[in-house]
Structure formats: structure tokens, C-alpha cells
Write a protein that binds this ligand. Structure first.
Ligand SMILES: [Zn+2]
Length: 253
């Protein structure tokens, strides 16, 4: 799985039926438009033809866009299920774009799971969200994940990153020193949690393919840990305490 930061124009593998684009809503939206143009335009996304224009104006007949009012409701997804009932012709493709996928409630997400995992022939899902950690686990585990912001990759070189990417022992004194030197803020903490979550989802996939039971269990616990960490993000001024607690918890896995 390519977890690196992508440019807005790189192609993604559409043999995978579900993709999750992580970035600012503007960046994710632009990326989705370009991706759809590349897929549906005869000229590989020229940007100028009627197909490309219709995609941009959200008028194309092979794309259905969804934006929540606040949270998604089950009713809002009705057109999606109605569409899925139609069998596509061979070589025909159809895309659902779910904007603000972090606003999918667990109930809405659950109603989508089966379709996302094994969509009928020709159907694809693009989920857009600002943060990976805001997307319900059942959805994100079924998607190829694409980070569009520079933050995601730069946080992989954050001085605290390596302390949380394995469950092997790190000297607490060394960690405390790194933590003090990092001067990590609340906002940076949120980005770092996202980068770590992304790392562990990747580790989980690798472990699953290798059928490595121990790694599967470790990465599952780490994913739970960082998902929970996201939900109780550090209070102003408490970042250090927050990371110290996480350090103890990841060692306990
Ligand atoms: Zn075109």
C-alpha cells in the first residue's frame, strides 16, 4: 500500500474498488475531480472536454456525489443503494464520491460495508476526509489510503514517531528527553496521531498478508490505541502528559 504523499495528479489503482483520500477538503475534492477525469475522459483527463467539464460541475451521469448536511443520515445514502441495484455493462464504470467521510455515523458506515468490500462490477467508492483518525475503522480498513497533505509524510520523521512504531522496549529516559526537546504542541499531536495510525494500518495489512498472528494482534491493539487517542486529543498545555501516557500504553501491548 502506498502511504506516501501523492501529488494531485498521480494516478491511483482503480482495480481497488475503494479509496480514501486524506487532505484538506479542497485538496481532496480537487484530487477526486482529477482522478474521475482520468478515469472517464477519453483523453485521460484533458480537463477541457465536455466529460471533464461535467465531472467538475458534478453533472456527470457516472458519478454520484454525497455531502452531509451535518452528519450523514441513512436516508441521504438511499440514492447510492438505488444505483447499486443497477447492473452496469461490461467496461462501464460508476463512482460514488463520499465527501466528509469523517461525518459518516457508525450506522451509515455499517450500511455501506458490504458494498464497499465487494461492490457489484464497475462500481467504485472515493471517500474524502480531512483526517484518517476521524473515519470509522470499518471503512478505513477497507480502503486504499492516500495522503494528500505534506504533513502526513513529514510527521513520519518527527522525533517521537519511532517510539510509537514498534512495541519493542525504548528507554523511558531517552523518550522523556526526546519529548522535552520536541516541544510538541496540541495541533502537532493531532497530526502525529494520524501519521501513527496510518503506520499501524499499514502494518496490520502487511501482517494480515503474511498471516503473522502476533503482528496482527499487536497492530490491532495499536490501531485501537491511536483511534482512542484521537478521540481524546490533548487538552491545551497537556501534550507532554498525553504522549507520556501513550508511551506507557504502547509498551503494555
Ligand atoms: Zn477530457
Amino acid at each position: 500500500m502506498d502511504q506516501s504523499t501523492e501529488s494531485l495528479t498521480s494516478h491511483i489503482d482503480t482495480t481497488i474498488p475503494a479509496h480514501l483520500l486524506i487532505g484538506s477538503s479542497d485538496a481532496a475534492y480537487k484530487r477526486a475531480v482529477i482522478l474521475l477525469q482520468q478515469q472517464l475522459c477519453q483523453e485521460n483527463g484533458c480537463g477541457g472536454c465536455s466529460t471533464c467539464r461535467m465531472i467538475k460541475e458534478q453533472q456527470h451521469a457516472s458519478v454520484l456525489w454525497f455531502h452531509p448536511e451535518k452528519n450523514y443520515t441513512r436516508d441521504q445514502l438511499d440514492p447510492l443503494f438505488a444505483q447499486l441495484a443497477f447492473e452496469l455493462n461490461t467496461n462501464e464504470t460508476f463512482f460514488f464520491v463520499i465527501e466528509k467521510a469523517d461525518f459518516l455515523t457508525a450506522a451509515c458506515a455499517n450500511s455501506l460495508l458490504k458494498s464497499v468490500e465487494e461492490p457489484p462490477r464497475g462500481y467504485h467508492f472515493l471517500f474524502l476526509a480531512e483526517r484518517l483518525s476521524g473515519v470509522v475503522p470499518t471503512i478505513r480498513s477497507r480502503c486504499a489510503i492516500h495522503h494528500l497533505s505534506v504533513n502526513a509524510s513529514s510527521y513520519r520523521s518527527h522525533p517521537l514517531f519511532d517510539f510509537f512504531t514498534s512495541t519493542t522496549f525504548h528507554d523511558p529516559a531517552v523518550f522523556t528527553k526526546a519529548l522535552d526537546q520536541s516541544g510538541i504542541t496540541e495541533r502537532e499531536s493531532v497530526e502525529l496521531i494520524d501519521a501513527l495510525l496510518s503506520h499501524w494500518i499499514e502494518a496490520y495489512r502487511t501482517a494480515l498478508m503474511a498471516e503473522n498472528t502476533q503482528s496482527i494482534s499487536e497492530s490491532t491493539h495499536a490501531i485501537d490505541l491511536f483511534s482512542e487517542a484521537h478521540s481524546k486529543q490533548p487538552m491545551p498545555g497537556s501534550s507532554k502528559l498525553f504522549w507520556r501516557d501513550l508511551f506507557l500504553e504502547i509498551k503494555a501491548i
